[in-house]
Design a protein around this ligand. Structure first.
Ligand code: ADP
Length: 274
């Protein structure tokens, strides 16, 4: 009888332990959701007035100021832009935490996607005297099915970083494709001749708010979230992102994505009537 009572006591202790674990799990989940909700709400609330500041600073800058005033208006604009970029990144990350990454897939032309995005970066590269090169391999298909907005976002992050952390030389983007099961593996790399990343930081740069060198990063600006977001996006697209780098010589980021073939039938030319 004593053994029976001891066993029963063990069982109730185990049950109590399991109940406590479950309660802790629910509390942790609720905490994470509350944190993500708070960040998302705050980011929204800050974004609206920030857009107002940017709009007004733009008007002010273009309103025929003298040289000194123009400098001040430019400084307001650039700080506001930096703050808005940070808010957008925080909003993006908190949304991904709360809801996972939501992809919005359509048929798209990968070549146009890369060419358009590179055009956006041209002025930035030219301002620093850098060559911005794009090499699209023959075998890249004309149509794929995927979220091209998110692919642009990854490319903007990587190529934007490459330009930011390079003082001389070039930024080279290469787009290639490889067969991947039922779909297509889209592989692209962004190679620069910039400052490089110390070996011990290579595995950390994809972590949130991680910056290889705090002093350098402060000088170049940035949020420390771009690579964390890019990695989440690449993984959501069945892919990965990796980096190799030589300190002082440059870095190379490579992204692999798994995309589906286009859904729509290719347009067929009407048969010629005899
Ligand atoms: P940030 O907004 O600071 O650029 P990221 O997440 O995009 O944030 O990058 C994290 C850090 O990784 C950067 O602060 C920088 O230290 C390093 N890094 C990223 N890309 C490069 C690059 N092309 N060359 C050198 N360092 C880089």
């Amino acid at each position: 009888l004593e053994t029976l009572i001891a066993v029963e006591r063990d069982i109730s202790a185990a049950k109590e332990h399991a109940r406590q674990l479950e309660q802790a799990r629910i509390a942790a989940e609720e905490g994470a959701r509350a944190k993500a909700d708070f960040l998302a709400t705050m980011s929204h609330e800050i974004r609206t007035p920030m857009n107002g500041v940017i709009g007004m600073a733009q008007l002010l800058r273009d309103s025929g100021l003298n040289e000194e005033q123009e400098l001040y208006a430019g400084a307001i604009l650039s700080s506001a832009d930096t703050l808005l970029a940070l808010i957008n990144d925080v909003l993006d990350v908190s949304k991904m935490d709360a809801e996972g990454v939501s992809l919005s897939c359509t048929d798209f032309d990968p070549r146009a996607c890369f060419e358009d995005t590179m055009r956006l970066l041209k002025a930035q590269a030219e301002a620093k005297g850098l060559d911005l090169l794009l090499d699209i391999k023959e075998r890249v298909p004309a149509q794929l099915h995927g979220d091209d907005r998110r692919i642009r976002q990854i490319l903007l992050n990587l190529a934007g970083n490459a330009i930011k952390f390079t003082e001389h030389g070039q930024v080279q983007v290469t787009l290639d494709a490889e067969p991947a099961g039922q779909g297509t593996g889209l592989v692209f790399s962004v190679t620069d001749t910039g400052i490089g990343i110390p070996r011990e930081m290579l595995s950390k740069v994809f972590e949130r708010f991680s910056q290889a060198d705090a002093a350098i990063s402060r000088r170049f600006g940035g949020t420390g979230l771009g690579l964390a977001i890019s990695r989440r996006l690449a993984e959501a697209m069945g892919g990965s992102i990796s980096v190799t780098s030589d300190l002082g010589l440059g870095s190379c980021f490579t992204v692999r994505l798994h995309l589906d073939p286009p859904r729509a039938e290719p347009a067929v030319a009407p048969a010629a009537t005899p």
